[in-house]
Write a protein of this length. Sequence first.
Length: 157
Amino acid sequence: MDSANLNMLIEMAKTARDAAATRCAQARAQVDQARRQLDLLRGYVREYDKRSIATLQQGGIDLAAQNNLRSFVAKLARAVEIQQTTVTQREATLAAAEGELTQMRMRLSSLEKLAARQELAEQNKARRREQQATDEMAGRVRRNTGFGANQLVTSDW
């Protein structure tokens, strides 16, 4: 794969990773919001439980009011159940988003490692070509000048 295509794939992987990170952050914020809502509803349930116990212990409440209070507490309990389901669903969405983000990070990392290996291979190729050119030049110089050749040296004396 040529470096231009690989660089384009890396840029696309970065874009995908960034989009996955955004979705993950949004899912995390939705989980946090759902948990806060659940805590708020649970607080209301505790508050109304205390009020209804205190009211019932005082005995100064008629049967219709008691039924209304019980009905309201039951509705709050149902709201807590629904909100717990919402929290569970949003946590599942968050887990999926985190998994996707992990995959996008791994894909980007793999592409970056591939690009680094290709760059290193190109550098090694260039070094070998340069060394070969240097060796060829040195061989031509030796042949043309006779430098380094085993010549018989004779003396005129």
